[in-house]
Design a protein around this ligand. Structure first.
Ligand code: ADP
Ligand code: NI
Length: 218
């Protein structure tokens, strides 16, 4: 494992994410990195590739770069190339970053390497459970969206554009992405972690709807 390369990448990412908001800040990157390295220890895969891809996976997110989709691989490649990383590392890490994102309920995940599966599982685990709930409401709040509107049902997005331009209320995001994640996790280690996080979201939603409708126990 190339610890020197990884620590350089970590400090570059830390600087760049200094002012990002809590749904996509450096703390998110570190949680994804820790989750990815945990999965790697249990299941294998190249640790340098997994570490670099986890650290760089949100380096040029469309929500923060003016709306350009699939630009992260290019930016990651340029950072790794400045750090004189081997060509095979640059290539593999940028492929992972371009494929990692959730692109809509009806859009199948791109297939790739085992390292891609691990980084994608780690990123998705951080989108569900207690942290996932906090991130979703932070995201919705930052765009001044309502928690819920009963007259706007969830949609099954057919394309990445469709998904990224949606301006729905925050509860819809659970039905349009977060509750779908459990079945899209690949590695057994992530599936195990995902179960608890998924069931927490189900309990949360059940209580949310009861409280929204002011259904009180008699
Ligand atoms: P990924 O990291 O898989 O690319 P996104 O970039 O789509 O995921 O989302 C980043 C974070 O913002 C996640 O926690 C996600 O749940 C949240 N988020 C994205 N879109 C919405 C939305 N429309 N409403 C609420 N939260 C959202
Ligand atoms: Ni992420």
């Amino acid at each position: 494992m190339d610890s020197i390369l990884i620590s350089h990448v970590k400090s570059i990412v830390e600087q760049q994410f200094e002012k990002h908001s809590a749904d996509h800040d450096f703390a998110h990157i570190i949680r994804v990195y820790d989750l990815a390295m945990h999965i790697q220890k249990k299941e294998g895969g190249d640790p340098t590739i997994i570490a670099c891809a986890a650290l760089l996976h949100d380096i040029s997110d469309h929500k923060l770069n003016g709306g350009i989709l699939n630009d992260g691989g290019r930016v990651a490649a340029s950072i790794l190339s400045d750090l004189k990383a081997e060509e095979s590392i640059i290539q593999h890490v940028s492929e992972i970053i371009d494929a990692v994102s959730f692109k809509g309920a009806a859009v199948k995940d791109e297939k790739g390497s085992f390292e891609l599966d691990i980084v994608r599982d780690a990123d998705r685990l951080d989108a569900i459970g207690a942290i996932g709930i906090a991130r979703a409401f932070h995201f919705g709040g930052s765009r001044n969206r309502p928690f819920f509107r009963a007259d706007l049902p969830p949609k099954e997005h057919q394309s990445f554009e469709d998904y990224t331009t949606s301006k729905s209320h925050t509860i819809n995001h659970f039905y349009e992405k977060l509750l779908l994640i459990q079945d899209r996790l690949i590695t057994p280690t992530a599936k195990e972690i995902g179960k608890k996080r998924h069931s927490l979201m189900e309990t949360f939603l059940e209580h949310f709807h009861q409280e929204w409708n002011v259904e009180l126990d008699s």
